[in-house]
Write a protein that binds this ligand. Structure first.
Ligand SMILES: [Zn+2]
Length: 76
């Protein structure tokens, strides 16, 4: 079990979060991102592999040309 570094009280549990990126004029929202979530304050911790995947997805999604692009996270 990992302790939350923000509130220093909560334990984290496996869950999902929503990540938002702004690229130029586009806003990319990626849902259902696997993360560990603090039970106390709700802070989300995303591991480095997932972060890399997220950034690639955001980059790709920004090229669709929509102002707002909403996707569900897919593991690489
Ligand atoms: Zn916390």
């Amino acid at each position: 079990m990992m302790k939350c570094v923000i509130c220093k009280q909560g334990q984290t549990r496996q869950g999902t979060t929503t990540a938002t990126f702004e690229k130029g004029e586009a806003t990319i929202i990626i849902r259902l991102v696997p993360a560990r979530i603090c039970k106390n304050c709700g802070e989300a911790y995303v591991d480095s592999v997932t972060t890399k995947n997220l950034l690639e997805t955001a980059d790709y999604a920004s090229k669709v040309g929509a102002q707002v692009e909403i996707r569900n996270f897919k593991a690489a």
